[in-house]
Ligand binder design. Structure first.
Ligand code: ADP
Ligand code: MG
Length: 271
């Protein structure tokens, strides 16, 4: 297993946000994580990516314990998460944002850039090539020189995905990749993730859109009130009655329809 979350617990004061949560993500697969609001999904993502410490339990990435490492070390090992691109410099161009995503290599320091100029040039060239390749994959190549701040909500998500790929991650953690995205662009995002999976990329995806979960995920883990309610092949898990009940009780929806959710809360602005 590429990622192993083993009996992780975390509380906030008297509130038990996660109780002995175990979860695995297999290389080359898409693992989904769902659960009603407040079930602990974001807390778990923060813990996996090093932004929060667990109070009990272990996390291993490629067999190596990571639960005591700071976020940048975890990212450097290849466990990368996307952030809302709205956190990124809006006044930088799409291409500049892409190059920011490239893994820090030689050339960061003045001395190194003098000593290794030829290699730095080669790396810069490779980064540019990769950036163009990824931008065309997410259909943003025509926007390369546009300001990131001017992209629509869905395009920003696509840019965030392309940007994280610049670092050649081994596992990509996606927090609600289609939330608030115009239905037209949801299909684009789903297609890109499918393509990446075919190329062998590994994902852990938190998502509320059940149609997207059904379409993308190989296995699914359901959190409810900080505990794992179900885990297994996506079809089996979504057919379970206790999973349905947890959702109905929470007012969620598991139907296959295109998310009224996304349509009504759409933040799309003209590109
Ligand atoms: P989800 O992402 O599934 O909606 P969260 O992980 O955000 O759930 O939250 C799980 C529970 O932990 C909730 O009850 C939430 O209020 C609580 N919680 C999350 N973060 C904090 C925090 N920093 N301080 C106190 N309580 C928190
Ligand atoms: Mg959350």
């Amino acid at each position: 297993m590429l990622l192993e979350v083993d009996k992780v617990s975390r509380h906030f004061g008297g509130l038990q946000a996660l109780r002995e949560v175990s979860l695995t993500a297999e290389e080359g697969r898409i693992t989904g994580l769902i659960g009603p609001n407040g079930s602990g999904k974001t807390t778990l993502v923060h813990i996996i990516s090093g932004f929060l410490r667990p109070h009990a339990g272990n996390i291993r990435f490629d067999g190596r314990p990571i639960h005591n490492l700071p976020p940048f070390r975890i990212a450097r090992l290849g466990l990368c998460r996307t952030f809302q691109i709205t956190l990124n410099p809006q006044r930088m161009t799409v291409m500049e944002n892409m190059l920011l995503g490239a893994r820090q290599q030689r050339g960061e320091s003045v001395l190194a850039s003098l000593l290794y100029r030829r290699q730095v040039n080669r790396e810069e060239h490779e980064n540019l090539e990769r950036a163009w390749h990824l931008l065309s994959m997410v259909k943003l190549q025509d926007h390369a020189n546009a300001l990131a701040g001017g992209l629509s909500g869905g395009q920003k998500k696509l840019l965030a995905l392309a940007q994280v790929l610049m670092a050649r991650p081994r596992l990509i953690l996606l927090d609600e990749p289609v939330a608030g995205v115009n239905p037209r662009l949801i299909d684009d995002i789903v297609d890109v993730i499918k393509t990446l999976r075919q190329q062998g990329e590994t994902f852990l995806i938190i998502e509320h859109n059940m149609a997207v979960i059904r379409e993308l995920c190989d296995t699914l883990c359901v959190l409810d009130m900080g505990q794992v309610l179900a885990e297994g092949p996506v079809g089996d898990v979504l057919d379970r009655e206790d999973v349905l009940r947890a959702y109905i009780a929470a007012g969620g929806q598991t139907g296959p329809a295109t998310t009224p959710d996304a349509a009504s809360s759409s933040q799309e602005a003209p590109a």
